[in-house]
Design a protein around this ligand. Structure first.
Ligand code: FE2
Ligand code: FE2
Length: 164
C-alpha cells in the first residue's frame, strides 16, 4: 500500500507537469521536464519492482491458496494482470512522447495534447487498479495466506530490492 501512495504522488506530479506545459510561456518547461524525469525514474524502477512483487510473489500464492469459491478474487487477479499489461503500453507511449521531444525541448516541441491524453489514460487505469488491490486483493491476502507465506512474500520483496 505504501508503494501505491508513492505511485499516486507521481501521478499527481505528472498531472501538474502537463498543466504546466499546457499553460507554458516557455519558462516552466524545464521544471515540468524535471518533474516528468523524476516520475519516469519512479515508474521504471520502484514501480516495476512493485508489479513484480504482485505478479511473481503475491498473486501466484493467492491462486494457490484461494479456494474454488473465491471466484471474485480470482477474476480480480486476472483483471489486474491485464491492467499491468495495459499500463506497460501506456507508459511506453508516454516515454516515447518525451523522448521525441528531446532532453531540453523548446516551445512547441512537446505534443502536450497527446501527453495530456496519455496521462489521462494512465490515471484511468491506475486509480481503479490501486483501489481494487487495496480493497480486495490485499485484505484477501491477509485473510487467506498463512504467516509463513506472508513472510515469504516479504523476503522476496526485500531480495528484489537487494536488501538482506
Ligand atoms: Fe498492480
Ligand atoms: Fe499494486
Amino acid at each position: 500500500m505504501h508503494c501505491h501512495v508513492k505511485i499516486e504522488l507521481q501521478l499527481e506530479s505528472l498531472e501538474r507537469a502537463v498543466r504546466m506545459l499546457a499553460y507554458d510561456d516557455g519558462e516552466a518547461t524545464p521544471f515540468a521536464m524535471a518533474i516528468i524525469a523524476a516520475a519516469r525514474s519512479h515508474f521504471s524502477g520502484p514501480a516495476v519492482r512493485h508489479t513484480a512483487d504482485e505478479e511473481a510473489s503475491l498473486f501466484p500464492r493467492l491462486r494457490r491458496f484461494a479456494s474454488d469459491s473465491e471466484n471474485g478474487l480470482l477474476a480480480a487477479l486476472k483483471e489486474l494482470e491485464g491492467q499491468h499489461q495495459d499500463l506497460d503500453v501506456v507508459h511506453a507511449r508516454f516515454d516515447e512522447l518525451i523522448d521525441i521531444a528531446g532532453p531540453e525541448p523548446g516551445p512547441g516541441q512537446i505534443d502536450v495534447d497527446e501527453l495530456e491524453l496519455t496521462v489521462g489514460e494512465m490515471l484511468g487505469i491506475y486509480r481503479p487498479h490501486i483501489q481494487m488491490e487495496n480493497e480486495i486483493v490485499y485484505p484477501e491476502a491477509a485473510r487467506i495466506l498463512s504467516p509463513g507465506e506472508l513472510l515469504a512474500v516479504g523476503q522476496e520483496m526485500r531480495a528484489r530490492r537487494g536488501l538482506a
